[in-house]
Design a protein around this ligand. Structure first.
Ligand code: ZN
Ligand code: ZN
Length: 263
């Protein structure tokens, strides 16, 4: 694994360590590319506070900190500036407008909410209704269709508790969309090591049979989490079980200027 594109910073209020510590650990672990992708701020209504993401006012400092480190570490490791973005029909256009004012290398999609964080619901729920599962799938696919995301983080974040046939019937559409648009799907190393409900067997059993592109994401919320899959106990076996081969984990970044193209 040469690249990791899923790295947080303390600005999201639930990660720890300095950017430098993440970078130093990435070098120690043999990475040649480290993409920072903190939880994007959002253009939510005044008075609505989301505590799991940086504030809009932190964008300039986030960007300048990473630009400085990018320069300093040149030749040793490529530092990329990105965000993990919550797509929503209501807030995405104004968010993109905001983000495009600053240098940006890539965006990954991380869909923690269906519809959006203000009007919708957290998909880690658990979610027991088919209607809510469909809502997650629809929001996710709509985000993928913007064409602005390098990959889809934890595609199986939705914690649907219903039967496999209903789960697969709807989740299959995400895999089909990933194939159609050539958007890799992430195996989330944080969820795995933390014993969360994702990455989940029923998703990767189905997805691996359809053969989309897969990518590994450390989803590092702590510098030590920027690590090789063999340093995450059990992960290699999980990947082997489903025949998931991420190669060197380098992905083609979408045109970094793509955000400018959104009208
Ligand atoms: Zn997080
Ligand atoms: Zn993340």
């Amino acid at each position: 694994m040469l690249a990791n594109y899923h790295t947080h910073t303390i600005r999201c209020n639930h990660a720890r360590g300095s950017e430098r510590e993440y970078i130093e650990n990435a070098i120690k672990e043999g990475f040649t590319v480290l993409g920072f992708s903190d939880h994007t701020p959002q253009t939510y209504p005044e008075g609505f506070n989301s505590w799991i993401r940086m504030a809009l006012s932190e964008i300039p400092e986030y960007t300048s900190t990473l630009l400085t480190l990018k320069e300093e570490y040149k030749g040793r490791i490529d530092i990329l500036i990105g965000y993990e973005v919550e797509y929503s029909r209501r807030f995405f256009p104004s968010l993109i407008e905001k983000l495009r004012e600053y240098p940006l290398d890539f965006l990954i999609q991380g869909q923690h909410f269906a519809i959006n964080e203000v009007d919708g619901f957290y998909v880690g729920g658990p979610v027991d209704s088919e209607e809510d599962l469909i809502s997650y799938v629809n929001t996710t696919i709509e985000g993928m269709e913007t064409g602005l995301f390098t990959y889809l983080a934890h595609p199986d974040l939705v914690n649907y508790t219903g039967p496999d046939d209903i789960y697969c019937k709807h989740m299959r559409r995400i895999v089909e969309k990933s194939l159609e648009l050539d958007i890799p799907l992430e195996v989330n190393m944080y969820g795995f090591s933390d014993g969360r409900w994702y990455p989940c067997d029923r998703f990767f059993r189905m997805a691996s049979e359809m053969s989309p592109k897969f990518v590994l994401g450390c989803d590092a919320h702590d510098p030590f989490m920027v690590r090789q899959p063999e340093h995450a106990p059990g992960l290699t076996e999980f990947l082997e079980k489903y025949g998931i081969d991420c190669g060197d984990n380098l992905v083609t970044l979408k045109d970094p200027h793509a955000p400018w193209k959104l009208a």
